[in-house]
Ligand binder design. Structure first.
Ligand code: ATP
Ligand code: MG
Length: 565
């Protein structure tokens, strides 16, 4: 039927697989996925993509998603990371099934599986050094050579493996390897390592283990232990799939769920790096202020920057799932947050680079309150009053002494509208002894209250302003891209991604805001009219209000006006 065909076309390739499996009543129609981070760093926007995908699928198909920490590498892992990952997944709006799970909880079962493999003649203890193993591995076009330990008696392997576990050998002296095929065209099948000796304390199992399972072994078996139906991972694991399946062939019980590995393209973004190792380097080398520095592509950085969970989820949906590697323009993420904050955030006025304006015909020692709409996109957000008096601040670059024809803001003899206020005309430019402009003298038209024309005369420009007497002084952190090139990873010979850090990525200014923001709460977002979206930073105290610029407005009114002209 045509309708069904259309429906099918709108599904991504993973959804197509899942719908087919449901139609065939595979696994009793159940859909169980997992998000399996290694707790060796904070989550980034690529992980967020994977989270939205895994949890999104089980929401859609009525299943559930496990959160499993792939904690098989004790030297790089830490509870700080575990906690941050849990916080980030929750913040993104997802609830994992039951408790958080850990590969380390399966160490015992994985060990038993390994014993089983040895007994079945499918694994052996190898005494080759790492260098020998590498030498014997061969090349993609040349078969490898078998280890001299490959055919040792099963009983000997069992005996040595137990000793490895008990810590009786030095690191690197022995390993447990799967006995597959040293001539396989797939290098991952050439007797891969299953266990190595590591005398490191683990953040959950302490000093209990002296051996730790390799990722390729532990990962698939953990999926199997948990009954994961669809094991979704990134493309680089495609070549590991035969190994994933080989282990399952040896271990899996036919009556239990057998996980199916499906690969999708990892998210890459312009002006960003996504490797946890490199993100860690930015933190440890103090190139940024921490994992949650608002310039970082981490979930915690984006949160601090003012991104909302909705904006990230929308972004993830918008980019979809691809089978081939690609790079997404960072501007698409910015589009998603603008779209969300446009609907949700309260508008206020603030000036980041103030220039004083004296309204010479406004009565001295007098002020008034002018109503302003909180969000033109949402009537229910109501309105507020903003104070206005004889002295105000405007943005320095909203004035030009000798303005070109297409400059619609303030200039000598030119009339502009002050947003929600009055029309003003600039009559006089006051300068200091160095010729710097210190203030402007203007007159206002009392009949233009609310910014409405009293007689049908038009003014082209509308500018924002803040009252000079009643306002809030704030620190405002203006962020730009952390890297100054589109692909900091693909660099010229000898260069490192660190060489491309944008020296202008953080600029701090002292801004002046309308008094209504005094009550702002940490993390609350605002649109500063004509300037962008800003949110209250964690560093805010009772004495000091600190804002982060989340993102600029794409089209300021002026740009729109310029286009219309
Ligand atoms: P890195 O290589 O930077 O250490 P990783 O992929 O090893 O990252 P994990 O903690 O293993 O990090 O990732 C957890 C899950 O997130 C994996 O299933 C992985 O496929 C997924 N993931 C990681 N990076 C991305 C990305 N850029 N796009 C989509 N999914 C990703
Ligand atoms: Mg990984």
């Amino acid at each position: 039927m045509v309708v069904n065909e259309e429906k099918k076309e709108s599904l991504n390739f993973i959804e197509q697989i899942i719908e087919e499996d449901i139609a065939n009543n595979k696994n009793g129609g159940r859909i169980i996925t997992r998000f399996p981070p290694e707790p060796n760093g904070y989550l980034h926007i690529g992980h967020a993509k994977s989270i939205c995908l895994n949890f999104g699928l089980t929401q859609k198909y009525n299943g559930f998603t496990n959160l499993r920490f792939d904690d098989t590498n004790p030297t790089k892992e830490d509870v700080e990371y575990v906690d941050s990952i849990k916080k980030d997944v929750e913040w993104l709006g997802f609830k994992w099934h039951g408790q958080d799970l850990y590969t380390s909880d399966y160490f015992e079962i994985l060990y038993d599986f390994a014993i089983q493999l040895i007994k079945d003649g499918k694994a052996y203890v190898c005494e080759q050094t790492a260098e020998e193993i590498a030498q014997y591995k061969g090349t993609p076009t040349q078969a490898g050579k078998e280890s001299p330990w490959r055919n040792r008696p099963i009983a000997e392997s069992l005996y040595l493996f137990a000793k490895m576990k008990n810590g009786e050998f030095e690191e690197g002296k022995m390993s447990l390897r799967a006995k597959i095929d040293m001539a396989s065209p797939n290098m991952h099948m050439r007797d891969p390592l299953m266990y190595r000796i590591k005398k490191a304390s683990h953040h959950r199992t302490g000093n209990k283990w002296n051996i730790y399972p390799m990722y390729d072994y532990a990962h698939g078996q953990s999926d199997y232990i948990e009954g994961i139906t669809h094991s979704i991972c990134t493309l680089e694991f495609e070549v590991h799939r035969p190994l994933y399946d080989w282990f399952l062939d040896q271990i899996a019980d036919k009556n239990k769920i057998r996980p199916r590995q499906i690969e999708f393209a990892r998210l890459n973004m312009t002006y960003t790096i996504m490797s946890k190792r490199k993100l860690l380097q930015l933190v440890t080398e103090k190139k940024v202020l921490g994992w949650d520095d608002p310039r970082m592509p981490t979930v915690s950085g984006l949160r601090r920057r003012g991104y909302t969970p909705e904006s990230i989820r929308n972004f993830a949906n918008r980019i979809g799932v691809a089978k081939r590697d690609n790079t997404i323009d960072f501007a698409l993420l910015e589009f998603s947050i603008r779209e969300d904050l446009n609907k949700k955030s309260k508008r206020v006025m603030g000036v980041l680079d103030p220039l004083k304006v004296v309204i010479t015909n406004y009565p001295e020692n007098s002020s008034e309150e002018l109503p302003a709409i909180n969000n033109p996109e949402d009537e229910t957000m109501g309105s507020r009053n903003i104070p206005f008096s004889r002295e105000i601040f405007i943005e320095k670059d909203d004035f030009m002494e000798t303005a070109p024809k297409n400059f619609f803001r303030l200039a000598p003899g030119v009339e502009v509208r002050l947003r929600y206020s009055y029309f003003i005309t600039c009559n006089n430019v006051v300068k200091d002894e160095n010729g710097e402009i210190v203030e402007l003298h203007c007159t206002y038209d009392p009949l233009s209250k609310g910014g409405k024309s009293p007689d049908g005369r038009k003014v082209k420009g509308t500018i924002h302003w803040v009252d000079a007497n009643q306002n809030v002084k704030t620190e405002i952190r203006l962020y730009d891209r952390l890297f100054s090139v589109e692909n900091p990873d693909k660099n010229e010979e000898g260069a490192s991604f660190l060489d491309y850090i944008n020296p202008e990525s953080l600029k701090i200014v002292q801004g002046i805001l309308e008094p209504s923001v005094k009550k702002a709460k940490i993390s609350e977002s605002f649109q500063f009219e004509r300037l962008g979206y800003f949110c209250v930073d964690y560093d805010t105290t009772d004495e000091k209000l600190v804002f982060n610029r989340t993102v600029t407005l794409k089209d300021s009114w002026t740009k729109i006006a310029n286009k219309l002209e």
